[in-house]
Design a protein around this ligand. Structure first.
Ligand SMILES: NC(=O)C1=CN([C@@H]2O[C@H](COP(=O)(O)OP(=O)(O)OC[C@H]3O[C@@H](n4cnc5c(N)ncnc54)[C@H](O)[C@@H]3O)[C@@H](O)[C@H]2O)C=CC1
Ligand SMILES: O=C(O)[C@@H]1CCC=N1
Length: 272
């Protein structure tokens, strides 16, 4: 990784977290470039990370080993077209866009080694998790480069089937928002039960953090951890029974199904 040259197309939230992670891992700023149409975005990312920035995407990818496409899915086709004439066959393209398939990218870019990934926003704190899928053209060295890129901001997990990225998007890509929704709902319920809002918020957030740490550190699964909190005929049992009577598990399954379906639908709509 120390010699890898990486160009980011798009310099928003996700690109900035990846750049921050790479810099923290010791990648030289001279090995990282980024392009974005907005002068303010370019000035911010350049000031924060000391990297060279470009308004022209084609210029940004010159000499790069890895080209990271970090723009919104709706922009992917147009962005691919801006780099296609200058892209070299050996340059690895890494896409983090939700719902854009390797086949679409190959249509827009020509045959090119591609790694398609789905990271998530805790990457901002280097606490992210990503699913990665590589096309057959990707070499072992390029797989390593992609893995090092995503591991700079958290855990990187390889998948054998591209379609599984729809499920990754549903579980971990969108996942932080589900936990935030639960935090919002628990805080509001705490307030309804008589707590001051700031106390309810602190109790909720620290409980989420503590539970996540326990789930990571424990050698037993989440179901067992839950059983250990749940005393027979106690308060937790009352709450869990109420969740389950309301169809909690089925609702979660339905919600994640909707996210995965939307990911596949975006591939269909935006992939042409
Ligand atoms: N936000 C999230 O939770 C996650 C987002 N993603 C994916 O990451 C990608 C980027 O998302 P964010 O960083 O959140 O978006 P963002 O809106 O913060 O950043 C997008 C960047 O693209 C740049 N851009 C727009 N048009 C461009 C063009 N023609 N050429 C070059 N750059 C251009 C913008 O200036 C901006 O810097 C999306 O495809 C999204 O699906 C993936 C996982 C999680
Ligand atoms: O909501 C979205 O479409 C993106 C992809 C995963 C998280 N945010």
């Amino acid at each position: 990784m120390s010699k890898t040259r990486i160009a980011f197309i798009g310099a928003g939230n996700m690109a900035a977290s990846l750049i921050g992670g790479l810099r923290a891992k010791g990648l030289d700023a001279a090995h990282i470039r980024a392009s974005a149409p907005g002068a303010e975005t370019r000035a911010r990312v350049s000031a924060e990370h000391g990297i060279e920035v470009f308004a022209d995407n084609a210029q940004a990818i010159e000499g790069a080993d890895v080209v990271v496409l970090a723009v919104k899915p709706q922009m992917m086709k147009a962005v691919c077209e801006t780099i296609r004439p200058s892209l070299k066959p050996h340059q690895l393209v890494v896409s983090i866009a939700a719902g854009i398939t390797c086949a679409s990218m190959n249509n827009w870019l020509g045959e090119q080694p591609i790694v398609r990934c789905m990271p998530n926003t805790p990457a901002l704190l280097r606490q992210g998790v990503s699913g990665l899928y590589a096309t057959a053209d990707v070499t072992a060295e390029q797989r390593q480069q992609a893995e090092e890129l995503l591991s700079a901001v958290g855990i990187a997990l390889w998948l054998n089937e591209e379609q599984q990225l729809d499920a990754v998007t549903a579980v971990s890509g969108s996942g932080p928002a589900y936990f935030f929704l639960l935090i919002e709902a628990m805080t509001a319920a705490g307030v309804k039960l008589g707590l001051p809002a700031d106390i309810a918020a602190q109790l909720t957030v620290q409980t989420a953090l503590g539970a996540a740490h326990m789930a990571v550190a424990s050698d037993v699964d989440a179901a067992e951890l839950r059983r250990r909190v749940t005393s027979p005929a106690g308060t937790t049992e009352a709450a869990i029974k109420s969740f389950q009577a309301g169809g909690f598990e089925a609702l979660v399954e339905k919600a994640l199904g909707a996210a995965a379906h939307r990911s596949a639908e975006m591939a269909e709509q935006l992939g042409r």
